[in-house]
Design a protein around this ligand. Sequence first.
Ligand code: DAH
Length: 339
Amino acid sequence: MKEQIEQLLYKVRNSEITTYEQLEEFRSEFLSKKGLLNELFDQFKQLPKEQKKDVGQILNILKQEVTEKYEQLSKQLKRELKQIEYNDLTRPSEPIQLGSRHPISIVRNEIINIFQRIGFIVSEGPEIEDDWHVFTALNFPQDHPARDMQDTFFIRRNPDILLRTHTSSVQIRIMETQQPPIRIIMPGRVYRNEAISARAHCFFHQVEGLYIDKKVSFADLKQTLLYFAREMFGKETQIRLRPSFFPFTEPSAEMDISCNLCGGKGCAFCKYTGWVEILGCGMVDPNVLENCNISAKEYSGFAFGLGIERITNLKFRVNDIRLFSENDIRFLKQFTSAI
Ligand code: DAH
């Protein structure tokens, strides 16, 4: 019996196993219920006492080597199988998760596109500004309430430095450095010291527009804004201009569009007026032109400013402005293909 076991040990040590099938054969030959190991242990029980020690020793070695070889080989084959799967170039690839554009960016880009089609180009200016560009050059009187600490974030050590409260400051930066004709739109973020709620935030986004040339008239302003409203909200859209006041424009107006929810018939959204306000505008005040060394005798122009959040709310019916800055992916991914 000892000889038989030695032969088997030799066989185990020298058998080459490279596939699952071979490993399975090996298992059933040695390790299954009716396999050689069980058979040998049964025979071992019947041996005379004197032989037991000798045979027992070598039989245990055989058992140990068989189990070790089986375990090691099955681990190795599993690893190789995985490798093969990974290297399979014909497998379909993992789908790539694409992000989506922020609704504010979608609408900002659409506004830019609409104005670019009629020759406006994009300009940008700094968010950290000074009193001159945000207020003084725009014809705000020294004691105007908009300069109040309640609206504006000032830097405590230097009240001349502040976060811009509107993008109108970029008008000044451009007019100071360029002579007309000027036809620009200026998108950007603005800051106001407001309590955060569903309708107000301490930062939001605006697009400012400016057109300065010889003989620019209020009719040009009205036609430009009508074009914008129809491109943005549909061909049926009506506009109306209401007299208003801004220090930097004279005359000034606020523009309403016919409610794009009820088509102007009146609904809860437009408070049964049929109209919703979307922007402020006017003819650039001659004082503003002169502050930037542009001759008010030679040139005239119009300006307008609109809130991107407001336009986005109108287009997508988002009724809580805070959603735009919470970065909740469930909210943001709804806008991928909206425009
Ligand atoms: N700057 C104004 C605001 O933040 C918006 C505005 C109104 C801009 C009239 C203009 C304008 O250029 O002509 O409320």
